[in-house]
Write a protein that binds this ligand. Structure first.
Ligand SMILES: [Zn+2]
Length: 315
């Protein structure tokens, strides 16, 4: 900031103010919140907007939000592609999704519609897979040798899903949906899950599951329930550790963000009990800073990983 002779504060002008830098339009589509914004090429969120997800007419609300973000035109950053995270599973052929418990969202041509609004190429993935991309881009694994980039993620919010990174590669599986860890069984014959099975992690750790069990908002979750959620997440993490041989399991999303240290304390205690293989003694289960790697950075990372300069909007 500079001061003129009269003592008036004048805006600082830097040489970079007029230079347009490429960035990404980032969208995170969730059952309770629609978030959109612009993320620059360094992974900084320069614009953020959000609305509550309406129970009906979700798509007009999404269109309105995206148009508002595009109209806001953050200075200096021009989106070259759209990264969008949403509940899976995702149909990569049609660019649509089939989230369990959300039949109204099934088969909406999300990629085509967002491309039509933005006139940009659109890349879609789940929040957990976006979190893995964000870790590789801006997190602890950025700059690490590819051979040492072996970790799993868990994104725990409205939806519970994750990803597996092996040798620097976010693994896809047969249909590109590897990472639906919300449906790992953590309590045989346990609580009913929206997928139709019983005892899934999502039935204990998802926002709606926690709020339904307590009858309170997430931030008012009693200590005993936080402890229970931590135990269930730890059981899933122990299974993931045994299956994947990761160096870390990185946990993001609104549930760990809101429940905080008491959740991680319960998780650590249970994980120690459940994960006993000698080669896994150094596996670290940790949270992620949402300020640094929130959902919009994950969505932008999805676009960054896939966008090539000659890509055009596709249906
Ligand atoms: Zn399930």
């Amino acid at each position: 900031m500079s001061f003129g002779r009269s003592g008036l504060r004048l805006p600082a002008v830097t040489e970079t103010d007029d230079i347009e830098r490429p960035g990404y339009l980032a969208i995170d589509l969730g059952p309770t919140r629609l978030t959109a914004g612009v993320v620059d090429g360094d992974g900084e969120v320069v614009l953020r907007d959000r609305v509550a997800t309406p129970p009906r007419n979700v798509w007009p609300a999404l269109t309105q939000l995206v148009r508002r973000v595009l109209a806001a035109k953050p200075s200096g950053v021009v989106p070259v592609a759209v990264g969008l995270t949403c509940p899976g599973p995702i149909d990569r052929g049609t660019g649509s999704m089939k989230p369990v418990g959300k039949p109204m969202w099934h088969d909406f041509p999300l990629r085509r519609e967002v491309a039509a609004i933005t006139q940009l190429p659109v890349y879609i993935d789940t929040a957990g897979r976006g979190l893995a991309r964000a870790e590789l881009w801006r997190g602890e694994y950025a700059g690490v040798d590819r051979g040492d980039q072996n970790f799993a993620t868990l994104s725990i919010g409205d939806q519970v899903d994750g990803a597996l990174v092996s040798g620097g590669v976010v693994l896809d599986g047969l249909t590109g949906n590897l990472g639906q860890f919300g449906h790992l069984i953590v309590e045989p014959d346990g609580a009913e899950c929206v997928c139709g099975a019983a005892g899934c992690l999502a039935a204990y750790a998802g926002v709606s599951a926690i709020e339904a069990a307590t009858g309170r908002e997430l931030r008012r979750t009693p200590e005993a329930r936080i402890n229970n959620v931590g135990v269930m997440i730890a059981r899933a993490c122990a299974s993931m550790a045994a299956m994947f041989d990761p160096s870390q399991i990185v946990i993001g999303g609104v549930v760990p963000e809101v429940l905080g240290a008491p959740l991680f304390d319960a998780l650590a205690k249970e994980f120690e009990v459940r994960s006993c293989l000698p080669h896994l003694s150094a596996v670290r289960v940790r949270g992620v800073s949402s300020r640094q790697l929130g959902p919009l950075v994950g969505a932008a990372a999805v676009a960054l990983a896939q966008h090539r300069v000659d890509d055009v909007p596709a249906d």
